[in-house]
Design a protein around this ligand. Sequence first.
Ligand SMILES: C[S@@+](CC[C@H](N)C(=O)[O-])C[C@H]1O[C@@H](n2cnc3c(N)ncnc32)[C@H](O)[C@@H]1O
Length: 336
Amino acid sequence: MDDTSKQLLVKGLTSFPKYLPTWYNYDELGSELEDKCTVDNTGYYLRRSQISILETSIQKIIPSVPYDFALVDLGSGSCSKTRYFLDEMLLRQKRLMFYPVDISGEFLMKTVEQISNEYGERLSITPVAANYENGIEQLRYEDGPKVILWFGSIINLSYDDQVDKLKLISSLMTEKCHLVFSVDITQDKKAVLRAYNDDAGLEKKFFQNGIVRLNKEEESQIHLDQFQYKVDFISDSSPEHMSYFRAYLQAKEHLRYKIPGLNLDIEFEKGEPLYLHEGVGLSCKYTREQIQNLTARAGLLLTDTWTDEKRHAMFCRCKVMDPDQSVQQHEESSSV
Ligand SMILES: C[S@@+](CC[C@H](N)C(=O)[O-])C[C@H]1O[C@@H](n2cnc3c(N)ncnc32)[C@H](O)[C@@H]1O
Protein backbone atom coordinates (compact mmCIF):
# COMPACT_ATOMS: atom_id res chain seq x y z
CA MET A 1 0.00 0.00 0.00
CA ASP A 2 1.35 3.47 -0.86
CA ASP A 3 2.34 6.06 1.76
CA THR A 4 -0.69 8.29 1.12
CA SER A 5 -3.09 5.41 1.81
CA LYS A 6 -1.15 4.53 4.99
CA GLN A 7 -1.40 8.16 6.12
CA LEU A 8 -5.18 8.01 5.61
CA LEU A 9 -5.34 4.92 7.84
CA VAL A 10 -3.26 6.63 10.54
CA LYS A 11 -5.52 9.69 10.29
CA GLY A 12 -8.60 7.52 10.86
CA LEU A 13 -7.12 5.55 13.74
CA THR A 14 -5.89 8.67 15.54
CA SER A 15 -9.07 10.74 14.99
CA PHE A 16 -11.78 11.21 17.56
CA PRO A 17 -13.91 9.17 17.12
CA LYS A 18 -11.59 6.58 15.58
CA TYR A 19 -12.52 5.07 12.23
CA LEU A 20 -11.28 2.80 9.43
CA PRO A 21 -12.21 4.11 5.98
CA THR A 22 -14.56 1.84 3.96
CA TRP A 23 -12.21 1.62 0.96
CA TYR A 24 -9.79 -0.28 3.21
CA ASN A 25 -12.22 -3.22 3.36
CA TYR A 26 -11.62 -3.86 -0.32
CA ASP A 27 -8.65 -6.16 -0.69
CA GLU A 28 -9.28 -9.33 -2.70
CA LEU A 29 -10.94 -11.08 0.26
CA GLY A 30 -13.09 -8.01 1.04
CA SER A 31 -14.28 -7.75 -2.57
CA GLU A 32 -15.21 -11.45 -2.51
CA LEU A 33 -17.00 -11.04 0.84
CA GLU A 34 -18.98 -8.08 -0.41
CA ASP A 35 -19.96 -9.88 -3.57
CA LYS A 36 -21.13 -12.84 -1.47
CA CYS A 37 -23.15 -10.51 0.79
CA THR A 38 -25.03 -8.91 -2.09
CA VAL A 39 -25.95 -12.31 -3.54
CA ASP A 40 -26.41 -14.60 -0.47
CA ASN A 41 -27.81 -12.17 2.10
CA THR A 42 -31.55 -12.56 1.52
CA GLY A 43 -32.31 -9.35 3.46
CA TYR A 44 -30.04 -7.30 1.19
CA TYR A 45 -32.72 -5.67 -0.96
CA LEU A 46 -30.58 -3.18 -2.90
CA ARG A 47 -28.96 -5.49 -5.45
CA ARG A 48 -32.28 -7.19 -6.28
CA SER A 49 -33.95 -3.82 -6.76
CA GLN A 50 -31.11 -2.53 -8.93
CA ILE A 51 -31.23 -5.64 -11.10
CA SER A 52 -34.99 -5.33 -11.51
CA ILE A 53 -34.55 -1.75 -12.78
CA LEU A 54 -31.81 -2.82 -15.17
CA GLU A 55 -33.91 -5.70 -16.49
CA THR A 56 -36.83 -3.44 -17.32
CA SER A 57 -35.12 -0.17 -18.26
CA ILE A 58 -31.58 -0.71 -19.56
CA GLN A 59 -32.60 0.36 -23.10
CA LYS A 60 -33.78 3.71 -21.78
CA ILE A 61 -30.97 4.19 -19.27
CA ILE A 62 -28.40 4.17 -22.09
CA PRO A 63 -29.23 7.21 -24.22
CA SER A 64 -29.96 6.60 -27.92
CA VAL A 65 -27.46 8.65 -29.89
CA PRO A 66 -26.07 8.50 -33.44
CA TYR A 67 -22.47 7.95 -32.25
CA ASP A 68 -20.55 5.35 -30.21
CA PHE A 69 -19.87 5.62 -26.49
CA ALA A 70 -16.95 4.36 -24.41
CA LEU A 71 -17.95 2.85 -21.06
CA VAL A 72 -16.24 3.81 -17.79
CA ASP A 73 -17.15 1.92 -14.60
CA LEU A 74 -15.98 3.52 -11.34
CA GLY A 75 -15.70 0.99 -8.49
CA SER A 76 -16.48 -1.80 -10.94
CA GLY A 77 -16.30 -4.74 -8.45
CA SER A 78 -17.55 -7.96 -10.06
CA CYS A 79 -19.19 -5.95 -12.90
CA SER A 80 -22.41 -7.91 -12.38
CA LYS A 81 -24.60 -4.87 -13.12
CA THR A 82 -22.18 -3.54 -15.72
CA ARG A 83 -22.92 -6.57 -17.88
CA TYR A 84 -26.37 -5.17 -18.65
CA PHE A 85 -24.62 -2.13 -20.15
CA LEU A 86 -22.04 -4.20 -22.01
CA ASP A 87 -24.75 -6.40 -23.55
CA GLU A 88 -26.97 -3.51 -24.63
CA MET A 89 -24.14 -1.31 -25.91
CA LEU A 90 -22.71 -4.16 -27.97
CA LEU A 91 -26.11 -4.53 -29.64
CA ARG A 92 -25.88 -0.88 -30.65
CA GLN A 93 -22.22 -0.52 -31.63
CA LYS A 94 -19.64 -2.79 -33.29
CA ARG A 95 -16.88 -2.22 -30.76
CA LEU A 96 -16.84 -0.94 -27.21
CA MET A 97 -13.96 0.56 -25.25
CA PHE A 98 -14.43 -0.38 -21.58
CA TYR A 99 -12.53 1.18 -18.64
CA PRO A 100 -13.27 -0.53 -15.29
CA VAL A 101 -11.67 1.38 -12.39
CA ASP A 102 -11.26 -0.22 -8.97
CA ILE A 103 -9.06 0.16 -5.91
CA SER A 104 -9.11 -3.65 -5.41
CA GLY A 105 -6.47 -4.44 -8.05
CA GLU A 106 -6.29 -8.25 -7.87
CA PHE A 107 -10.07 -8.64 -7.88
CA LEU A 108 -10.26 -6.21 -10.82
CA MET A 109 -7.80 -8.28 -12.88
CA LYS A 110 -9.72 -11.51 -12.16
CA THR A 111 -12.99 -9.87 -13.21
CA VAL A 112 -11.42 -8.43 -16.38
CA GLU A 113 -10.09 -11.85 -17.37
CA GLN A 114 -13.56 -13.38 -17.04
CA ILE A 115 -15.25 -10.59 -18.98
CA SER A 116 -12.63 -10.61 -21.67
CA ASN A 117 -13.14 -14.38 -22.19
CA GLU A 118 -16.91 -13.93 -22.32
CA TYR A 119 -17.15 -10.96 -24.65
CA GLY A 120 -14.21 -11.51 -27.00
CA GLU A 121 -12.62 -8.99 -29.33
CA ARG A 122 -15.51 -6.58 -29.78
CA LEU A 123 -14.90 -5.43 -26.22
CA SER A 124 -11.60 -3.64 -25.71
CA ILE A 125 -10.87 -3.52 -21.96
CA THR A 126 -8.39 -1.20 -20.25
CA PRO A 127 -8.44 -1.98 -16.51
CA VAL A 128 -7.44 0.86 -14.21
CA ALA A 129 -6.35 -0.40 -10.78
CA ALA A 130 -6.54 2.84 -8.81
CA ASN A 131 -8.62 4.92 -6.44
CA TYR A 132 -11.17 7.26 -8.00
CA GLU A 133 -8.84 10.29 -8.05
CA ASN A 134 -5.93 8.52 -9.76
CA GLY A 135 -8.24 6.52 -12.01
CA ILE A 136 -9.98 9.66 -13.26
CA GLU A 137 -6.59 11.30 -13.92
CA GLN A 138 -5.59 8.28 -16.02
CA LEU A 139 -8.78 8.58 -18.07
CA ARG A 140 -8.39 12.24 -18.99
CA TYR A 141 -6.91 11.37 -22.40
CA GLU A 142 -10.12 9.48 -23.34
CA ASP A 143 -12.02 12.54 -24.53
CA GLY A 144 -14.78 10.96 -26.69
CA PRO A 145 -18.45 10.43 -25.71
CA LYS A 146 -18.70 8.32 -22.58
CA VAL A 147 -21.24 6.65 -20.35
CA ILE A 148 -19.75 6.71 -16.86
CA LEU A 149 -21.16 4.26 -14.30
CA TRP A 150 -20.87 4.64 -10.55
CA PHE A 151 -22.89 1.94 -8.82
CA GLY A 152 -23.26 1.21 -5.16
CA SER A 153 -20.32 3.41 -4.26
CA ILE A 154 -21.42 7.03 -3.82
CA ILE A 155 -23.54 5.91 -0.86
CA ASN A 156 -20.44 4.98 1.14
CA LEU A 157 -18.89 8.46 1.16
CA SER A 158 -19.45 11.42 3.46
CA TYR A 159 -21.71 14.16 2.05
CA ASP A 160 -18.85 16.54 1.18
CA ASP A 161 -16.91 13.71 -0.41
CA GLN A 162 -19.95 12.76 -2.50
CA VAL A 163 -20.09 16.33 -3.84
CA ASP A 164 -16.31 16.39 -4.43
CA LYS A 165 -16.27 13.04 -6.24
CA LEU A 166 -19.25 14.04 -8.42
CA LYS A 167 -17.41 17.28 -9.30
CA LEU A 168 -14.30 15.28 -10.16
CA ILE A 169 -16.31 12.93 -12.36
CA SER A 170 -18.00 15.89 -14.07
CA SER A 171 -14.53 17.22 -14.95
CA LEU A 172 -14.18 14.17 -17.25
CA MET A 173 -17.47 14.87 -19.00
CA THR A 174 -18.29 16.80 -22.18
CA GLU A 175 -21.85 17.54 -23.37
CA LYS A 176 -21.83 14.10 -25.09
CA CYS A 177 -21.18 12.25 -21.81
CA HIS A 178 -23.63 10.82 -19.29
CA LEU A 179 -23.11 9.76 -15.71
CA VAL A 180 -25.32 6.94 -14.42
CA PHE A 181 -25.17 6.28 -10.69
CA SER A 182 -27.39 4.31 -8.36
CA VAL A 183 -28.60 5.19 -4.89
CA ASP A 184 -30.63 3.62 -2.11
CA ILE A 185 -33.95 5.40 -1.46
CA THR A 186 -35.19 3.09 1.33
CA GLN A 187 -36.30 4.95 4.45
CA ASP A 188 -37.65 1.94 6.38
CA LYS A 189 -35.35 1.52 9.40
CA LYS A 190 -36.26 -2.15 9.95
CA ALA A 191 -35.51 -3.11 6.35
CA VAL A 192 -32.17 -1.26 6.46
CA LEU A 193 -31.03 -2.84 9.73
CA ARG A 194 -32.09 -6.29 8.51
CA ALA A 195 -30.10 -5.79 5.30
CA TYR A 196 -26.85 -4.83 7.04
CA ASN A 197 -27.01 -7.07 10.08
CA ASP A 198 -28.06 -10.44 8.69
CA ASP A 199 -28.39 -13.53 10.88
CA ALA A 200 -25.60 -15.37 9.04
CA GLY A 201 -23.22 -12.49 9.86
CA LEU A 202 -22.16 -12.00 6.22
CA GLU A 203 -22.28 -8.19 6.40
CA LYS A 204 -20.45 -8.17 9.73
CA LYS A 205 -17.66 -10.22 8.17
CA PHE A 206 -17.35 -7.75 5.30
CA PHE A 207 -17.41 -4.68 7.56
CA GLN A 208 -14.76 -6.20 9.85
CA ASN A 209 -12.44 -7.06 6.98
CA GLY A 210 -10.48 -3.83 7.54
CA ILE A 211 -9.32 -5.21 10.90
CA VAL A 212 -8.42 -8.58 9.37
CA ARG A 213 -6.41 -6.68 6.74
CA LEU A 214 -4.64 -4.54 9.37
CA ASN A 215 -3.58 -7.70 11.22
CA LYS A 216 -2.38 -9.32 7.99
CA GLU A 217 -0.65 -6.39 6.30
CA GLU A 218 0.36 -4.08 9.15
CA GLU A 219 1.25 -6.82 11.65
CA SER A 220 -1.19 -5.84 14.39
CA GLN A 221 -2.93 -8.41 16.60
CA ILE A 222 -6.34 -6.88 17.11
CA HIS A 223 -8.79 -9.44 18.51
CA LEU A 224 -12.26 -9.02 17.06
CA ASP A 225 -13.78 -10.90 20.02
CA GLN A 226 -12.72 -7.99 22.28
CA PHE A 227 -15.25 -5.80 20.45
CA GLN A 228 -18.98 -5.90 19.90
CA TYR A 229 -20.30 -5.24 16.36
CA LYS A 230 -23.04 -2.58 16.41
CA VAL A 231 -25.25 -0.99 13.78
CA ASP A 232 -27.64 1.93 13.69
CA PHE A 233 -29.81 3.87 11.22
CA ILE A 234 -30.10 7.66 11.36
CA SER A 235 -33.01 9.18 9.49
CA ASP A 236 -32.54 12.69 8.08
CA SER A 237 -34.82 14.19 5.43
CA SER A 238 -33.35 17.71 5.40
CA PRO A 239 -32.63 18.78 1.81
CA GLU A 240 -28.84 19.11 2.11
CA HIS A 241 -28.31 15.84 4.01
CA MET A 242 -29.37 12.19 3.73
CA SER A 243 -30.23 9.27 5.99
CA TYR A 244 -27.47 6.82 6.72
CA PHE A 245 -26.42 3.60 8.34
CA ARG A 246 -23.63 3.34 10.93
CA ALA A 247 -21.49 0.32 11.70
CA TYR A 248 -18.95 0.28 14.50
CA LEU A 249 -17.01 -1.97 16.84
CA GLN A 250 -17.36 -1.15 20.51
CA ALA A 251 -14.49 -2.04 22.86
CA LYS A 252 -15.67 -4.46 25.58
CA GLU A 253 -12.83 -3.36 27.87
CA HIS A 254 -9.84 -1.03 27.98
CA LEU A 255 -7.59 -2.15 25.10
CA ARG A 256 -4.14 -1.30 23.71
CA TYR A 257 -2.67 -2.44 20.41
CA LYS A 258 0.51 -1.92 18.48
CA ILE A 259 0.26 -1.56 14.70
CA PRO A 260 3.93 -1.89 13.64
CA GLY A 261 3.30 -1.38 9.90
CA LEU A 262 1.77 2.03 10.64
CA ASN A 263 4.22 2.81 13.43
CA LEU A 264 1.27 3.35 15.73
CA ASP A 265 0.10 2.47 19.26
CA ILE A 266 -3.66 2.80 19.76
CA GLU A 267 -5.74 2.64 22.89
CA PHE A 268 -9.49 2.17 23.38
CA GLU A 269 -11.42 3.11 26.50
CA LYS A 270 -14.07 0.59 27.54
CA GLY A 271 -17.18 1.33 25.41
CA GLU A 272 -15.25 3.41 22.86
CA PRO A 273 -16.41 2.95 19.24
CA LEU A 274 -14.25 2.27 16.19
CA TYR A 275 -16.36 3.33 13.22
CA LEU A 276 -16.07 1.13 10.14
CA HIS A 277 -16.39 4.09 7.79
CA GLU A 278 -15.30 7.70 7.42
CA GLY A 279 -17.74 10.51 8.16
CA VAL A 280 -21.08 10.24 9.96
CA GLY A 281 -22.26 7.08 8.24
CA LEU A 282 -22.39 4.93 5.13
CA SER A 283 -24.88 3.22 2.83
CA CYS A 284 -26.72 6.55 2.64
CA LYS A 285 -30.43 6.69 1.81
CA TYR A 286 -31.83 9.64 -0.13
CA THR A 287 -35.01 11.43 -0.98
CA ARG A 288 -35.40 12.66 -4.55
CA GLU A 289 -34.93 16.25 -3.39
CA GLN A 290 -31.67 15.33 -1.66
CA ILE A 291 -30.35 13.73 -4.86
CA GLN A 292 -31.34 16.78 -6.87
CA ASN A 293 -29.49 19.08 -4.46
CA LEU A 294 -26.44 16.82 -4.40
CA THR A 295 -26.08 16.71 -8.19
CA ALA A 296 -26.77 20.44 -8.53
CA ARG A 297 -24.00 21.20 -6.03
CA ALA A 298 -21.61 19.21 -8.18
CA GLY A 299 -22.62 21.10 -11.35
CA LEU A 300 -24.57 18.16 -12.77
CA LEU A 301 -28.06 18.20 -14.25
CA LEU A 302 -30.20 15.24 -13.14
CA THR A 303 -31.95 14.41 -16.42
CA ASP A 304 -33.70 11.07 -15.67
CA THR A 305 -34.38 8.66 -12.83
CA TRP A 306 -35.70 5.10 -12.63
CA THR A 307 -36.97 3.28 -9.53
CA ASP A 308 -38.12 -0.27 -8.82
CA GLU A 309 -41.65 -1.23 -7.74
CA LYS A 310 -40.59 -1.64 -4.11
CA ARG A 311 -38.96 1.81 -4.18
CA HIS A 312 -35.65 0.65 -2.74
CA ALA A 313 -33.27 1.72 -5.50
CA MET A 314 -32.98 4.61 -7.92
CA PHE A 315 -30.81 4.93 -11.01
CA CYS A 316 -29.95 8.53 -11.80
CA ARG A 317 -28.67 9.83 -15.14
CA CYS A 318 -26.89 13.19 -15.27
CA LYS A 319 -25.27 15.52 -17.77
CA VAL A 320 -22.91 18.39 -17.15
CA MET A 321 -24.70 21.72 -16.78
CA ASP A 322 -23.66 24.81 -18.61
CA PRO A 323 -22.88 27.61 -16.12
CA ASP A 324 -26.29 29.35 -16.65
CA GLN A 325 -28.18 26.12 -15.95
CA SER A 326 -26.06 25.62 -12.86
CA VAL A 327 -27.21 28.88 -11.26
CA GLN A 328 -30.82 28.30 -12.31
CA GLN A 329 -30.99 24.71 -11.02
CA HIS A 330 -29.39 25.62 -7.71
CA GLU A 331 -31.95 28.39 -7.23
CA GLU A 332 -34.76 25.96 -8.10
CA SER A 333 -33.57 23.26 -5.71
CA SER A 334 -32.93 25.71 -2.88
CA SER A 335 -36.46 27.08 -3.18
CA VAL A 336 -38.25 23.66 -3.08
C1 LIG B 1 -20.27 -1.29 -3.18
S1 LIG B 1 -19.08 -2.01 -4.28
C2 LIG B 1 -19.90 -1.83 -5.82
C3 LIG B 1 -19.41 -2.79 -6.89
C4 LIG B 1 -20.18 -2.74 -8.21
N1 LIG B 1 -20.08 -1.44 -8.84
C5 LIG B 1 -21.64 -3.11 -7.98
O1 LIG B 1 -22.49 -2.23 -8.00
O2 LIG B 1 -21.89 -4.31 -7.78
C6 LIG B 1 -17.87 -0.71 -4.29
C7 LIG B 1 -16.71 -0.97 -5.25
O3 LIG B 1 -15.91 0.22 -5.30
C8 LIG B 1 -14.55 -0.09 -5.06
N2 LIG B 1 -14.00 1.06 -4.31
C9 LIG B 1 -14.25 1.41 -3.02
N3 LIG B 1 -13.60 2.55 -2.70
C10 LIG B 1 -12.94 2.94 -3.84
C11 LIG B 1 -12.09 4.03 -4.13
N4 LIG B 1 -11.81 4.97 -3.22
N5 LIG B 1 -11.58 4.12 -5.38
C12 LIG B 1 -11.86 3.16 -6.32
N6 LIG B 1 -12.66 2.08 -6.08
C13 LIG B 1 -13.20 1.98 -4.85
C14 LIG B 1 -14.55 -1.38 -4.26
O4 LIG B 1 -13.36 -2.13 -4.44
C15 LIG B 1 -15.79 -2.09 -4.81
O5 LIG B 1 -15.48 -2.90 -5.91
